[in-house]
Design a protein around this ligand. Structure first.
Ligand code: F6R
Length: 339
């Protein structure tokens, strides 16, 4: 594969503090939009770009009196209308599912904004005169998470629906730096990679941090070339728990502990079950004062761990040829719709 402008995958993750600072320096992108007061905010995006909506919806669930939903599909739900704000996120700007949702949102008269590093999404945003937040090109989408996340948060604020204050986004930069420090000085990433070697990871957390567990699954899929499963408490205790009674295969549980009241205790129930089922465990305790900081901290440690694991497994953490192949298939199946 051609070397990327931004270096190796690991170098891209090491740039996260700089990506955050870039996001702060460009906060709001100079948008001068009429404030919106939507019925619902709909994020649409796939894969690494879809995670942006997941994280913002998780944070907003605790503080916004308005629903945020995330559409990882090529069509919007029937109820989405001009009363709603639709934000399309695609790092490349060329993901067909996201482009189709963008077009549908325009056709239904929704308020629309877009985030990408360029591509067709930028062209469409310009054509329809909707706010477009341009992030730096040269990364792979999953490694550009802080740039896209800060762009989305500041776009929301510029449109009059803030979810995270700029000060909180500033505080999160120190936590991202701390994640890098703990990985380089205490080998936090190496420890996780080592415990997961030759195993199938099962990522376990509580519902408030389910989005981080899904991001972690995606990272082990893409960077370590491994299948992976996600379990979220309390739902875990109503089905998955029984599966460990007579499990198959070589699993290791990665427990993501948000260190929040009640949540660590809840995770203790899962730890007892894994322990009696003979499942090895490794724990990641999230660090930071606010949810944005904790999500970024966890994402960075797990991102680096998934790269270490990929290297240990002698695969190239950067390449994702099966995704490229699937995108071609999607073009063949859905391409006519976008003509
Ligand atoms: C690749 C990655 C993928 C992409 C997805 C959508 O690094 O993470 O999951 O994010 O294929 O592509 P974009 O983000 O360009 O819309």
């Amino acid at each position: 594969m051609m070397p990327s402008k931004k270096g190796s995958l690991k170098e891209m993750y090491l740039s996260w503090p700089d990506q955050c600072r870039w996001g702060l320096a460009n906060w709001g992108f100079g948008f001068k939009e009429e404030p919106v007061s939507p019925r619902c905010i709909v994020f649409t995006g796939m894969g690494g770009s879809g995670v942006v909506g997941d994280y913002i919806a998780s944070i907003a669930a605790r503080r916004l009196k308005m629903p945020i939903i995330v559409v990882k599909d090529y069509k919007l739900p029937a109820w989405v209308s001009k009363e709603d704000l639709v934000i399309a996120v695609s790092y490349s700007g060329n993901t067909l599912e996201t482009l189709l949702c963008f077009k549908e949102a325009i056709a239904r008269g929704c308020r629309v904004a877009a985030i990408s590093s360029g591509g067709k999404l930028k062209e469409l945003a310009e054509k329809h005169r909707v706010p477009w937040a341009g992030v730096q090109a040269g990364y792979v989408p999953r490694a550009a998470l802080p740039s896209m996340l800060y762009a989305a948060l500041s776009t929301l604020e510029a449109l009059g629906v803030p979810v995270v204050r700029k000060e909180e986004a500033e505080e999160a930069v120190d936590v991202v730096e701390e994640a890098l420090k703990r990985c380089s000085e205490k080998d936090l990433d190496l420890e996780i990679a080592w415990k997961l070697r030759n195993k199938v990871p099962v990522i376990v957390t509580t519902s408030s941090y389910a989005a981080l567990a899904i991001r972690a699954k995606n990272e082990f899929n893409e960077n370590s070339k491994l299948p992976c499963k996600v379990e979220v408490l309390p739902e875990w205790g109503h089905n998955d728990v029984v599966g460990w009674e007579k499990h198959l295969g070589e699993w290791t549980a990665l427990i993501i502990d948000p260190r929040e009241e009640g949540e660590s205790e809840l995770l203790g129930a899962a730890e007892r079950v894994y322990s009696s089922a003979g499942i090895p465990m490794v724990k990641l305790e999230l660090f930071g004062e606010n949810m944005l900081a904790k999500l970024l901290y966890g994402s960075l440690v797990i991102g680096l761990a998934s790269i270490c694991l990929g290297v240990k497994r002698s695969v190239d953490p950067m390449e994702t040829k099966y995704i490229a192949e699937f995108k071609k298939t999607v073009e063949e199946i859905l391409g006519k719709k976008s003509a």
